[in-house]
Design a protein around this ligand. Sequence first.
Ligand code: CO
Ligand code: CO
Length: 319
Amino acid sequence: VLKGLPKAFDENLLIGYDSSDDAAIYKLTDELAIVMTLDFFTPVVEDPYTFGKIAAANALSDVYAMGGVVKSALNIVAFPEKEMDTRILGEILRGGAEKVHEAGGVLSGGHSIGDVQPVYGLSVMGIVHPDKILPNNGCKIGDKIILTKPLGVGIIMAAHRLSASPLECYDEAVKNMETLNKYAADVMRNYNVNACTDVTGFGFLGHLGEMIESGMSAVVYANRVPIIKGALDLAKDFYITGSAQKNANFMKDRVNMEDIRFEQKEILYDPQTSGGLLISVPGCEADALLSALRRAGVDAHEVGAITTYKGFDIEVKNG
Ligand code: CO
Ligand code: CO
């Protein structure tokens, strides 16, 4: 659909919608660019306060995925004011405001409309030095790939809707979705990271696919990919999602899987809400970045590497 729109022609628009990146970036001066992004969705959990926190953490994440710092945010709201108690909306907004505050940003306004179901999210403004922008596609051969949150929230939430998810599994998924990528980004900024994105609806392999350019392959060690405890068992019991099948279909010509079990594959394509950062860092800095992330309390794991082209854009194995 976007192909039909007039092309952007402002030379200060460093990243726009014609590259499939996490956020738009507009250069103001040689030292300063603004990062702009927005995201919103219908409730992913029953509790409105928790929903607010998750929606905000998800919207803020794209600023971090670009290497930026959050400065301000605006609320985006739709709410059925006649059918639902507005105290529920109050709780959603409280959760969102807390996350903006935690991000170091200031909530500066917003807009609401009446609608048949609640929708909440943020429009976020951040800043970045124009030379420090982290695009999706900047991976170099020899890089290691680091993931900063475990996978599986899509499967767990699907199972939860059918009352099939163990409570500790659900709680872990919620905790991960609420967690800001700020803490990972604050550490990442001190290293010579080549590329970064955040894992959301296209799943781990879908987003990794956006990072890979011609002449290189990503080798992924499926058994090293962090997974929320219980998610593999749920996938084995066929608590799977339509979006994961869509992601798998979209990527199938680009991905080669060697001896990967059904449930592992489901996890690798599982759509994430407010997922972790996927970081491509030079191999010589990978260990230092990994331990710095862990010292900062981030559940980071090295999950693969960028190599010369091996016949597929992504090779997945256990090893
Ligand atoms: Co993103
Ligand atoms: Co987004």
